[in-house]
Design a protein around this ligand. Sequence first.
Ligand SMILES: NC(=O)c1ccc[n+]([C@@H]2O[C@H](COP(=O)([O-])OP(=O)(O)OC[C@H]3O[C@@H](n4cnc5c(N)ncnc54)[C@H](O)[C@@H]3O)[C@@H](O)[C@H]2O)c1
Length: 460
Amino acid sequence: MDETSMPDQTTETAFTDKGLARDLPKLSVIGLGKLGAPMAAVFACAGYRVTGTDHTADLVDMVRAGTAPFSETDLQSQFSQAGDRLRAVYTTAEAVAESDISFVIVPTPSGPDGLFSNHFLLDAVSAIGAAAAKKDTYHLVVITSTVVPGTTGTDVLAALEASSGKCVGGDIGLCYSPEFIALGSVVRDMKNPDLVLIGESDPKAGDMLEAVYRRTCESNPVSRRMNFVNAELAKIAINTFVTTKISYANMLSGICDALPGADIDAISAALGADSRIGPKYLKGGAAFGGPCFPRDNKALSAFAAHLGIKAHIAEATDALNMDQTDRLVRLLEANHEGPANICVCGLAYKTDTNVTEKSAGLSILLSLRARGHTVWAHDPQVQQRDITSDLTSDLTLHSDLETALKGADALLLMTPWPEYQDVPQKIVARKNPLTIIDPWRLFNADNFEDGVTYIAVGRP
Ligand SMILES: NC(=O)c1ccc[n+]([C@@H]2O[C@H](COP(=O)([O-])OP(=O)(O)OC[C@H]3O[C@@H](n4cnc5c(N)ncnc54)[C@H](O)[C@@H]3O)[C@@H](O)[C@H]2O)c1
């Protein structure tokens, strides 16, 4: 089947009926990583029999033992609740043989050109196809990994048909259906999406997948069903639009830094009250980071260039985000002459996770070190093993805030952990002057004693 023969009209339905728990299809999840493990557990808690598999045997072992393989809010309780409805096996062949629908959630890493690589995805799909070839019942393959538009209907579909010997839209179905989650709230986000996005080879495949979501979602999400390429572009568009809001607010916050009397919080409150704009992601804070957002604008811009189109907004959003580190370094150095002893508070890319990938805290730490400052860090959840950068193997990383603050000339509050509300109490009766740079504006200047220079970024 080619892309042009797929449904091209977006259909919209609302989920209203959970139906009965009998005759449920069996599910498999290929890739038990940060997204796949929670997804397998959430499906099992919704009553499905789920078989997970992963190339990493340790992950399979942990799932078999009923242990959540990652630190993620509510994940262990989902594993406990799932009980024997959730199993794990060591091969894709076994997982496919034991299921009717396979969800593929393997990495699609960014290549040097900014586009996502399909290497892991095509390997996984070929293994599913080879296993599906041995089945005499219909099998549905759902791609959840983030892909470049055009991938599912071309390379993925071809790999599936070649390995299975079956025709997509006939004995085998194919959907592209990404999740909209943030680490730290994956379980909640999976159960309560605003939107279920389904790119489908044919209505039978889409109906089967929509029924799974109808049962799993506790919210009443809108379902948008369309062809593959529209769903693939919609996924990247949603993510990049959110980052554009973040960069827009950070741009305004930068203007506020230089404008006497200006206050980003007052401006964001006004912007967010307009229903055409909405209040989410307009705080004005540190740069966005993590495993998804930073790479999505690069991918959109590279993909558009491939089509001969310039994605100006994606490029500006990315450039503004990269500028945020320099902006904070400039603020610090304008308020502290010469090399400083600096404590970076918060290395996680957001609260409620220990993931540091492309985090604002890690980025500023590396930049300050390169400029000759002495830098150490504090984070309530991140441990040394969570930091993937080779440049930080000698980093001093504290989990106790009081210890971390000792001897610092400056603090940078990079992740707005609730623990940082205690900073004013932890620095009373200090002998040395201290500069605090706070892009999240957690405090009032009145919270601090003489000798503390408190810089609420975006509120000069
Ligand atoms: N983590 C997020 O916040 C997030 C959010 C939205 C979308 N995504 C997308 O989801 C996909 C997966 O992300 P993740 O964070 O779960 O990645 P991850 O690296 O945490 O997990 C992926 C897992 O897949 C396994 N794997 C690779 N090839 C395999 C194969 N052929 N068979 C079985 N297992 C295989 C790996 O061993 C790994 O455990 C990516 O495309 C990512 O862009 C991630």
